[in-house]
Design a protein around this ligand. Structure first.
Ligand code: AMP
Ligand code: ZN
Length: 471
């Protein structure tokens, strides 16, 4: 079955056909974090969605190249750098490191490339030069360089592809210099911002004098550098549709690097917001939780990931701590069922993954990453499996088959294994094995290893000693 998803460009659900003539590889770019502060879990809803999309594409057999930029030069960052009187890199390094710690705690796969805007100034300048050479960029009285929407439209470009804009209401020649602006203000936007005293030490030389790039051009330059002038998938939260992604299209296609008839991006996917009491979770409203806040309350990255993955990516939903408690309870049901299956399956041969649940999961996910339906199928399977377990009707080989199916499903869901403490009697066996090994009684130590394995536990020998891990 083919994978379909909603393309913001066509406003319809389309089948995914990669640009690769062999139909195998796919380039995916997701706008990354602005490292001005700790990311909140609303931000992470979008990154977990991008991770899910990547994992599912890989599950479907595509070879994905995943790029996520780090926005480390932008209005908010410069303001913070000024307030903190710190060099740019020192300031952003802290939040970038924190971001990747949280990213890992949520078990998101590391993108293949994570370019930083501050390290791509030359690429950004050369892209602006291309736009200037084609007459689409002009220098304003303040020394900044702007993108001319009128000129772009005049030479066949179409501004307003992702969001329908009413050009009658737009005043030609109007300009915005800030990185974020509203739809009503659709106007020429800054590509290069001339240095002002408030920028402090954050500036670079350029053909237009000292200054710094605008936010939108950063993503055009970095995405095309990593994935080429045309690529398959571009993701982000829905707030990025306008102006950020609209501007990315205008700049990237305006520079004309694409082959004739090829778009900058074939599929645009946008994730809905995580809300709090009906309002977008955001720094500016102050209604946010960072992952750190939630870990401090005793929740785990696994529980937060599960919660973020419960709703369909195009539906906004309200975050609550009760919802997170619900995530814990739901995971416990899955874990209990899997724990029992693992015990039964322990010691049986590696099994094929021909379970119905895998089929229902795939059918659901093929339809626009319908995780809600996928979880429905999973919980139905848990219910049925529990019923059969209660009646002792599952034999080792079928249990192994079900475990393999779950492992395949979980390659997509990415739930990290539960950190489970082994029962006390097994820990005692582990200690006994240590003693046997020290006494060079390898027969006994091997026998204990086998006994533990039969009970569903593996021994991991670490430099700090050995410990037990669920098979
Ligand atoms: P930023 O670090 O502000 O550039 O945002 C990083 C990503 O988080 C972007 O893709 C945003 O669209 C996304 N984002 C911001 N707030 C939310 C939210 N409340 N729910 C989901 N995604 C969000
Ligand atoms: Zn971007």
């Amino acid at each position: 079955m083919a994978l379909k998803f909603f393309n913001t460009l066509s406003r319809s659900v389309e089948e995914f056909v990669p640009r690769d003539p062999q139909g195998r590889s796919a380039g995916l770019y997701c706008c990354g974090p602005t490292v001005h502060d700790f990311a909140h879990i609303g931000n992470f809803r979008t990154f977990v969605f991008a991770d899910l999309a990547r994992r599912y594409l890989e599950f479907k057999g595509f070879s994905v190249r995943h790029v996520m930029n780090i926005t480390d030069v932008e209005d908010k960052i410069i303001q913070r750098v000024r307030e903190n009187q710190t060099p740019l890199r020192d300031y952003t390094a802290k939040y970038e490191a924190a971001f990747f710690q949280d990213f890992q705690a949520l078990n998101c796969l590391r993108p293949h490339e994570t370019p930083r805007a501050s390290e791509h100034i030359a690429d950004i300048i050369s892209l602006i030069e291309k736009l200037a050479a084609r007459g689409l960029a002009y220098r304003a009285a303040d020394g900044s360089v702007y993108f001319s929407i009128e000129k772009y439209q005049g030479c066949g470009g179409h501004y307003g592809r992702l969001l329908k804009l009413n050009f009658e209401e737009m005043r030609p020649g109007q300009r915005v210099s800030s990185d974020e602006y509203a739809k009503e203000a659709a106007a020429d936007f800054a590509l290069w911002k001339a240095r002002v005293p408030e920028d402090g030490a954050v500036f670079w030389p350029s053909p237009w004098g000292e200054g710094r790039p605008g936010w939108h051009i950063e993503c055009s330059a970095m995405s095309m550098k990593s994935l080429g002038p045309s690529f398959d998938l571009h993701l982000g939260g829905e707030d990025l549709i306008f102006p950020h992604h609209e501007d990315e299209i205008a700049q990237s296609e305006g520079a004309g690097a694409q082959a004739a008839g090829e778009p900058f991006v074939k599929y645009w996917l946008h994730g809905a917001h995580l809300l709090v009491e009906g309002k977008k979770m955001s720094k500016s409203l102050g209604n946010y939780f960072t992952l750190r806040d939630l870990l401090a309350k005793g929740f785990t990255g696994r529980e937060v990931r599960y919660l973020l993955l419960t709703a369909h990516y195009r539906e906004s939903f309200n975050f609550t701590l009760e919802g997170l408690q619900g995530a814990r309870a739901a995971l416990a049901r899955i874990d209990e069922c899997l724990g029992k299956l693992a015990e039964i399956a322990a010691g049986s041969e590696e099994a094929p993954s021909t379970a119905d649940v895998l089929q229902s999961f795939t059918t659901a996910m093929d339809e626009d990453f319908n995780v809600a339906a996928a979880w429905g199928a999973i919980f139905e399977w848990v219910r049925e499996t529990n019923r059969q377990l209660a009646e002792n009707r599952i034999m080792p080989a079928p249990a192994a088959t079900l475990m393999t199916a779950w492992q395949k499903i979980n390659q997509v869901l990415g739930l990290p294994p539960k950190q489970e403490n082994a029962p006390e009697d097994l820990v005692r066996l582990l200690i006994e094995r240590e003693i046997a090994r020290k006494a060079k009684d390898f027969k006994r130590s091997d026998a204990i290893r086998d006994e533990l394995k039969a009970k569903g536990w593996a021994i991991e020998d670490t430099p700090k000693g050995s410990r037990l891990k669920r098979l």
